[in-house]
Design a protein around this ligand. Structure first.
Ligand SMILES: Cc1cn([C@H]2C[C@H](O)[C@@H](COP(=O)(O)OP(=O)(O)OP(=O)(O)O)O2)c(=O)[nH]c1=O
Length: 201
């Protein structure tokens, strides 16, 4: 019998909202309190963005599978994702502080960068994974614009120190790819993972 709900292993309210948009019933499966997300998300020397985003997503999924077992929860499918921003050969994760956020936004200003989101599903012990890759071009930004945005607090917790769904959307000259993928959960790829499990999306 196909599952009629899934676990979403994510603390991101954007991912919840995007999964709601697909109409997929879900429950949250959150990591153990104090689990070391920073260690999990550390970039390895020379690691390419596509390799990084897949590795981190698989690690998040593996941790969620362990968590489901530890808590003695139902064997429903688990979905998780990771978003990363890349420019040149640099991977931009979440900013450490306001200064780091200013540095990232200055790097992105007036240029094109990539946003990669990997989404993975555990279903009946098998893992499937897809990656959405988008290109985003920002208009040039002044120091004052960057500082105002950083002072709003919006960059914290966001890969690349911005959220396309916030005021920073005004800086986006063009995107090629997936708006939902940039926000954190690519709906096309997520539907492609869920269909084989019985969802009619
Ligand atoms: C580029 C961009 C990122 N983001 C967010 C999506 C993700 O929440 C965050 C990247 O961090 P992630 O590590 O992908 O996710 P997370 O730690 O927020 O949540 P979890 O691991 O529990 O699922 O950046 C936006 O909301 N809008 C954007 O335009």
């Amino acid at each position: 019998m196909p599952a009629d709900w899934i676990y979403l292993a994510s603390q991101s309210p954007r991912r919840r909202q995007l999964l709601d948009q697909l109409g997929v019933r879900h429950e949250l499966l959150l990591p153990r309190p104090h689990e070391d997300a920073e260690a999990l998300e550390a970039v390895r020397p020379g690691e390419a963005p596509g390799v990084y985003v897949r590795r981190v997503t698989r690690a998040k999924l593996a941790a969620a599978v362990v968590r489901r077992r530890e808590l003695g929860l139902a064997e429903a499918p688990i979905l998780c994702a990771d978003t990363t921003v890349a420019i040149d050969r640099q991977i931009l994760g979440k900013p450490a502080d306001a200064e780091d956020a200013c540095r990232m936004l200055a790097l992105l200003a007036g240029r094109e960068h990539r946003v990669l989101t990997a989404v993975a599903l555990d279903h009946a012990g098998a893992t499937t994974l897809q990656v959405s890759a988008s290109r985003v071009r920002f208009e040039p930004l002044s120091r004052a614009q960057i500082e105002r945005y950083v002072a709003s607090g919006e960059p914290m917790g966001k890969a690349g120190a911005y959220a396309i769904q916030s005021q920073a959307g005004a800086w986006v000259v063009r995107i090629a790819g997936s708006y939902s993928g940039i926000m954190g959960l690519p709906l096309h790829e997520t539907a492609a993972l869920l269909r084989p499990c019985g969802w009619d999306l």
